[in-house]
Design a protein around this ligand. Structure first.
Ligand code: TRP
Length: 453
């Protein structure tokens, strides 16, 4: 493949820009909203350990695999799989992997936008001082009242989806790079501040204990699947988002180093969120397993009672919304790039149609919290179903296929050339993880859940 080829959509201006964008994709609601509440639902420490192992043994090698596939072809994920399968002399069925990813992206974005809408609404609530001096039960009442109103959720969901589309319409260089560089450090600083507050609460050590003390009796087959799914979700893996970003990556950037930096930053933010939230849970007699509302029922208590909490509350929810925006754009970019490159759409038209589809799907999630709260399929609401289907099935299946492709189908000299390790040992280690550990782990976890093991 010609080395000079660039993606039609442009290219990152530097290695730093790529790391920023990919970190922007990885760090989002997954770290601050989802990680704490599923950790709470799955019993704490042991779940966290499984999660960390998944990030290390499956996530990082797979992130490298996705980046290298994208960079080699410089195309959207569907086309990438077509081109690379041809190059490797493999069948054309591999492009279905691209399709699976595009579908997962739409489904995830549909609910991601609803939750990001909650965060947006909380900026306004914080601004009007709704949390100042509020008791835990008042904070919970604010949340319950809010999600009970479909109209309010629709409003904020629509606003967030519109913002996502406006950024994607401007394309990668102009839209993505600048906003992320400013807001990621801000979010990070605010997380540290919240951890500082958590340290002053009476439940601090109880919170840490919950988060880090290993109690394997609480670990079920399903929680292992949820932990693995979360590793995929949080690192934006298994659907082609990172592949897409890899396509915009210049040739001279080290994929291994970037992947480790991105995964490291993502993991630190998730752990900080846990360290900030669980002490608040235990200090106020709340339950760790209260579900998707957890962040919205705990952090406002901190803002309502800490010095400068009014301002920090506004800043925090704003930073969260921006972190969500830098993630949501990566959920839709593969579909948009495919519509442009393969279907001849203009960027505007591609954004409009993709946004519309995800927006409509989002209504299912909105109603899951109010009018359809009791409508269940397989004991799950629409939101829970979409979440389970994407994070626990589609992403791991996508990841499994990507690992098999990069490890077994692609020619060794090609992956070696893209990864460009200074020594052979690193390549052998990566190759071992991608060929054996990642696919086998995903397979075993699935077997385990189905109850075969
Ligand atoms: N990783 C993001 C988060 O943690 C969500 C996300 C963005 C994502 N792009 C993705 C998840 C692609 C899966 C696949 O909030």
């Amino acid at each position: 493949m010609a080395d000079e080829k660039k993606s039609q959509q442009g290219e990152w201006s530097s290695r730093f820009a790529f790391i920023l964008a990919a970190t922007g994709s990885a760090v989002g609601l997954g770290n601050i909203w989802k990680f704490p509440y599923i950790t709470g639902e799955n019993g704490g420490g042991a779940f966290v350990l499984v999660y960390l192992l998944c990030v290390l043994l499956i996530g990082i090698p797979l992130m490298m695999a996705e980046t290298l596939l994208g960079r080699r072809s410089k195309e959207n994920p569907i086309h990438t799989m077509e081109i690379l399968a041809k190059e490797a002399g493999a069948g054309q069925n591999w492009h279905y992997l691209g399709w699976l990813g595009v579908a997962a992206g739409f489904l995830i974005l549909s609910y991601y936008s609803v939750i990001a809408g909650w965060a947006s609404a909380y900026v306004v609530k914080a601004f009007f001082g709704s949390f100042s001096g509020a008791s835990p039960s008042e904070v919970k009442a604010i949340f319950d009242g809010f999600v009970a109103s479909p109209m309010q959720l629709i409003f904020w969901h629509s606003l967030f989806m519109l913002a996502t589309m406006l950024i994607v319409v401007r394309g990668i260089e102009k839209g993505f790079e600048k906003s992320v560089g400013l807001l990621m450090p801000a979010l990070f600083a605010l997380m540290i501040l919240l951890v500082g507050y958590a340290m002053t609460t009476v439940g601090y050590f109880q919170g840490l204990n919950f988060l880090f003390k290993l109690d394997f009796s609480k670990l079920t087959a399903n929680s292992v699947l949820v932990a693995m799914g979360q590793a995929f979700f949080s690192l934006s893996l298994g659907m082609g988002a990172i592949m897409m970003y890899g396509a915009y990556l210049p040739k001279d950037v080290s994929i291994a180093k970037s992947s480790m930096i991105i995964a490291g930053a993502d993991t630190i933010v998730a752990l900080l969120a846990g360290i900030a939230i669980f002490p608040i849970v235990f200090s106020n007699g709340l339950q760790p397993n209260s579900g998707p509302g957890l962040v919205f029922e705990t952090l406002p208590i901190a803002f309502g009672n800490m010095f400068g909490g009014w301002l920090f509350g506004i800043l925090f929810f704003m930073a969260l919304v921006f972190a969500a925006l830098s993630s949501s754009i990566s959920l839709i970019e593969p579909a948009v790039a495919w519509l442009i490159e393969n279907k001849g759409f203009s960027r505007k038209k591609a954004c409009l149609w993709s946004g519309l589809v995800a927006w409509v799907l989002g209504f299912g999630t909105i109603f899951s919290f109010n009018v359809w709260a009791n409508v269940k399929l397989f004991e799950r609401t629409f939101f829970e179903l979409v979440d389970y289907l994407t994070a626990n099935l589609m992403l791991p299946i996508g990841g499994f296929c990507i690992a098999v492709f990069a490890g077994w189908v692609m020619k060794r000299e090609h992956s070696q050339q893209e990864l460009d390790f200074p020594d052979n040992l690193s390549y052998v280690l990566w190759s071992f993880l991608v060929r054996y550990i990642a696919p086998v782990a995903v397979f075993l976890v699935f077997l385990n859940v189905v109850g075969v093991l």
